[in-house]
Write a protein that binds this ligand. Structure first.
Ligand code: PMP
Length: 449
């Protein structure tokens, strides 16, 4: 009875991000009530193994009491301190120090935001400011990847290369440009790593040449393209793109909102190729879903270019009431200590191996066309004809079918519209729970066959 009234109220009042309005009302919400470890329970008492860590963020699992205590203690002591006008709070300073210490070499300066979209927006602002301050104001054009996702705010969404995020809006798009994403399974150069890398480098060079290097500010890329359906570029791709940016005198921005904090194995995905970006955006795993927070990190050279520029006596016209929120920062510090001192990062590296071995066993399934993975991040692309790699046609709601079958099997994953399944389980997952995840996944695939 109570559940019915909740669902009814949801239908009447709550607008859900990234849901079709009336279709959502007709279907009704799955109201989540509580969670512990890898499992969430909905209002009807149904328990679900969360193989997607919420929205690729709850990397340390649910119910971590030490995070709850850190947040409560900070709320009691000092719930809020603005970062404006030279005010600060201890957890915010300590978190900035720790991030500068742990992130790829050279990233020394930290600007806190509320999440990933405004981290991308802020990175764009800093880049424009940097080139203005260093006497190259024409350098404003930004290049990103087709299928890349860089957030939902107007500027970040402008860089997003997924048409669904542009369709209903006239976003400002004068300065954003896209080059194809490396996508081995559907690329005409096939799964040849060297050819794929050479192709991307050539595409970036051609785009910069077309726009004029003197006009191009930066290239943005996710080290693994999450929202594109987990497209994992070949090993060496990141380094080659970074080196090309340096050669072409454009900045390289790594958007590690999904890949950061152990998702692909190392603390940051850039580390796996020894890449130091000029700027890096992060969110999600930074606070692991227990509080909202994001950040932009930048190199000392970029910071100095801005800070020593001609209008450096003016305050930066950019900030948020909740920038560097002390409670989120206290959560972030505790989350970092769980990854590092608490062994969750190392556990994730081990479970990543188990996940990959399990997924390799799915390749013989009649629906599975392609499996891609990096650590605890995976995409399983389903096809209706394996030889022809044919995607499910639009009239079959494959993602709806998959989600419903997974729910019945007690599993949550991301079902992309094209029939790709996204997996991003918490790095704290136990060996037994990874086993359950893989069993439920196969059962779900059998159910939709
Ligand atoms: N960049 C990337 C790579 C992302 O995956 C996301 C979120 N999925 C964002 C930016 C935006 O982050 P948020 O939703 O926290 O604003």
């Amino acid at each position: 009875m109570y559940l019915n009234s909740l669902i009814e109220s949801d239908r009447r009042h709550l607008i859900h991000p990234v849901s079709a309005y009336r279709a959502h009302e007709a279907r009704g919400a799955t109201v989540l009530a509580s969670a512990q470890g890898m499992y969430v329970t909905d209002q009807s008492g149904h328990e679900l193994l969360d193989a997607f860590a919420g929205l690729w963020c709850v990397n340390v699992g649910y119910g971590q009491e030490s995070i709850v205590s850190a947040a409560a203690e900070q709320m009691r002591r000092l719930p809020y301190a603005t970062g404006y006008f030279s005010f600060a709070s201890e957890p915010t300073i300590r978190l900035a120090e720790r991030l500068a210490d742990l992130s790829p070499e050279g990233l020394t300066r930290v600007y806190f935001t509320l999440g990933g979209s405004d981290a991308v927006d802020s990175a764009i602002r800093f880049i424009v400011h940097y080139f203005n301050a260093t006497g190259r104001p024409a350098k404003k054009q930004m290049i990103a990847l087709d299928k890349g996702y860089h957030g939902s705010s107007s500027t970040g969404a402008g860089l997003t290369g997924l048409p669904a995020f542009h369709r209903q809006f006239d976003l400002p798009r004068a300065w954003q440009h896209h080059i194809p994403a490396p996508y081995a399974y559907r690329s005409e150069v096939g799964a040849d790593d060297a050819a794929l890398i050479a192709q991307s480098v050539a595409q970036l060079r051609a785009k910069v040449e077309e726009l004029g290097a003197e006009n191009v500010a930066a290239f943005f890329a996710e080290p693994v393209q999450g929202s594109a359906g987990v497209l994992v570029p070949p090993r060496g791709w990141l380094k080659a793109m970074r080196d090309t940016c340096r050669e072409l005198d454009i900045l390289f921005v790594a958007d590690e909102v999904i890949t950061g904090f152990g998702r692909t194995g190392p603390l940051f995905a850039c580390e796996s190729e020894g890449v130091s970006p000029d700027l890096m955006t992060m969110a999600k795993g930074l606070t692991a879903g227990y509080a909202p927070m994001g950040a932009v990190l930048m190199s000392e050279a970029i910071y100095a270019g801005i800070a020593d520029g001609p209008d450096n006596h003016l305050p930066i016209g950019h900030g948020f009431t909740y920038s560097g929120h002390p409670v989120s920062a206290a959560v972030g510090l505790e989350v970092l200590s769980l990854y590092l001192e608490g062994g969750i990062l190392a556990n994730g590296q081990e479970r990543g191996g188990q996940l990959q071995a399990g997924l390799a066993g799915l390749l013989d399934h009649p629906l599975v066309g392609n499996v891609r993975s990096a650590g605890m991040l995976a995409g399983i692309e389903l096809v209706c004809d394996k030889a022809a790699k044919t995607r499910f046609a639009g009239e079959i709601d494959i993602s709806g079918k998959l989600s419903a079958a997974a729910y019945a099997r007690g599993l949550i994953f991301r079902a992309f519209a094209d029939g790709t399944i996204g997996l991003a389980p918490a790095l704290s997952c136990s060996e037994a729970d990874m086993g359950h995840l893989l069993e439920r996944l196969r059962a779900t695939l059998d159910d939709v066959l």
